[in-house]
Structure formats: C-alpha cells, structure tokens
Design a protein. Structure first.
Length: 303
C-alpha cells in the first residue's frame, strides 16, 4: 500500500514586548471560483485525478524499466478522485431511483492485480515508490501534499454528512409521521435514525448482484509463482421488494414534508460555511495542487 506517514504540526504564538504593535496577521483568502460554480468546486477534483494518473504512470513505467512490465500491461488506471464529494446529498430522490436501487449504491469495478512473492520485485517496487515521483518533485513533499489534500476532502465529506443528518432530524417528526401513515411505523421505544438504517423499520435490504470476474489473460513473461487476480466488473445493487416499497414511500414523504426542499435550500449555504472553515487549507494547498497538476499533465503528455 502506497502510504505516507502522518506529520502533525503545531502553531506557536510568540509575544514580544515593545511600544509598537505588531501588524495584524494576514487573513487567508479563498481561491476564486468561476460564475455558477458551487463552493465545493474549490476542491480541485480534476487536478487530483490528473496527479493520481501521472503518479501511477510513473510508478508503472519505473517497474517496466526495471524488468517488470506486466503491471503496466494490466493497469486500468486509478479510480475517481474524491468520489464521495460527487455523491448526491440524499438518495433516493425520485421514484425511478427508488425502484432501481432503493437505498443502495453500486460497487465500483476492481482492476486486475498481480501478486508477486520475489524479494527482488519488492525491492524494485519500494525504490520506484520514491524515484518514480522525481518528475513531479520531491517525493516526501508530494506525499505530504496529497495526504493533506485528501484529509481536507474527507473533512468536507464528513461535515456535509453531519449537516444533512441535522436537517433530516429537524424534519424527523413530519417524516416519521408521513411514513407511519403509509404503514411504516417505528417499533415502540425505537427512535428515528437519520442515517437511513432500514432495520429500524424491519426492512430487509437487498444485495449487490453477483458477477463473473472478467477474463484476464496472463501477461507474457510472468513468473510461474506470480498470481493474477482477475478484474471484477462493477456490481449493481439489487434492492429487495420490501426495500423498493419503503424507498418509494420515503421519496413521497421527502417531497410532501419539505425535507428534500430544505436540503436543496441549505446545500449552497452549507457548502459555503464548510469551505469557510477550511479557508487556510484552501488558500495554502490549492496553488500547490494546481502547480503539481500542471507537472502531472506534462508527464501524461510525454510518450
């Protein structure tokens, strides 16, 4: 696993004696956004994706240059960066969504992988982890920057989820009353769970569809003791009939009680409040992410 150790910094307030007063500290400014953009668009998802692609390309090229081209042959590229920020605030929102996947979400595809046991490969891999990033800059600085930016994205996702749950709780009386009118009553002594736990209503959830691993040809030249793990296609979520019925009731109640409208109305102010709390991170990290993405784009354009 390509991980970077966490680094914790501490700020120190220095007070000096004297007749004059120190200048007021400069307040960090949020980067500008184009017209029509949402506050969460400050998170440079496209740049992060470019960086991930370039980093993987450099790593795989390094392996290939050192006698291990099979990993590059099987690679399908990195996944979607900051995917959680792309998800809707609440789901399902429409009856079509309720019928299609209830409260579930599909599982992303899993790429083919090679498992090697030779110590020589692991030595080369460890070397490539560092040396392959040289085209982008200092490996430790890049690793730290990517970690900090990932933490920023996670903080945004968690803060958004908390605010949405607060909105659901604020509408819980009307929502649970509406659901009860449709035959979905909480058990005596149970309280409403804003996270959408189906078991609180006795609903048996569905499951992800079974899939057959994709046929993955064994790369030429791969040692006999190396194992190839076949790629697995994306798995659709198949809701149970009971889940679909409850999801339909939830959608109708979400509309009639004003819950969906409240979430929509609060979305932009909520995003703005969250990014304001991370003003210093955006101010300091975004220029570095943009500069690194520019280098990464050059890497991807190279043959």
């Amino acid at each position: 696993m390509r991980a970077v150790a966490a680094v914790v910094g501490a700020a120190v307030l220095v007070m000096t004696a004297g007749c004059g007063s120190d200048p007021a500290p400069r307040v960090a400014e949020l980067p500008s956004l184009p017209a029509g953009a949402k506050p969460f668009d400050l998170y440079r998802q496209a740049d992060v994706t470019v960086i991930e692609k370039a980093d993987l390309k450099l790593f795989l090229d390094c392996l290939a240059d050192n006698g291990y081209p099979q990993e590059r042959e099987l690679s399908s590229g990195p996944g979607v960066a900051a995917a959680a920020l792309l998800r809707p605030a609440i789901s399902p929102r429409t009856e079509a969504e309720a019928r299609r996947h209830g409260f579930g979400t599909p599982e992303p595809a899993q790429p083919a992988m090679i498992t090697r046991t030779q110590p020589a490969f692991h030595q080369v891999s460890a070397k490539c982890e560092t040396s392959s990033r040289a085209a982008l800059g200092d490996s430790h600085e890049i690793g730290s920057l990517r970690r900090l930016y990932a933490e920023l994205g996670n903080s945004m996702v968690q803060a958004r989820a908390k605010r949405i749950q607060e909105t659901i709780v604020a509408h819980s009386k009307g929502l649970t009353g509406c659901l009860a009118g449709g035959g979905y009553r909480l058990k005596v002594g149970d309280s409403f769970n804003p996270r959408g736990d189906l078991t609180q209503y006795g609903i048996k959830p569905g499951a992800h569809a079974a899939v057959v691993p994709a046929r993955t040809p064994r790369p030429a030249g791969l040692p006999a003791d190396a194992q190839v793990q076949a790629a697995v296609p994306a798995r659709e979520y198949k809701p149970s009939k009971a889940e679909v019925a409850f999801a339909l009731a939830f959608v109708r109640c979400g509309k009639s009680t004003g819950l969906f409208a409240a979430i929509d109305e609060a979305e932009i102010p909520m995003q703005q409040a969250i990014v304001e709390r991370h003003r210093s991170e955006f101010s300091g990290l975004n220029p570095k992410i943009e500069a690194l993405a520019a280098k990464a784009a050059e890497v991807l354009r190279a043959p």
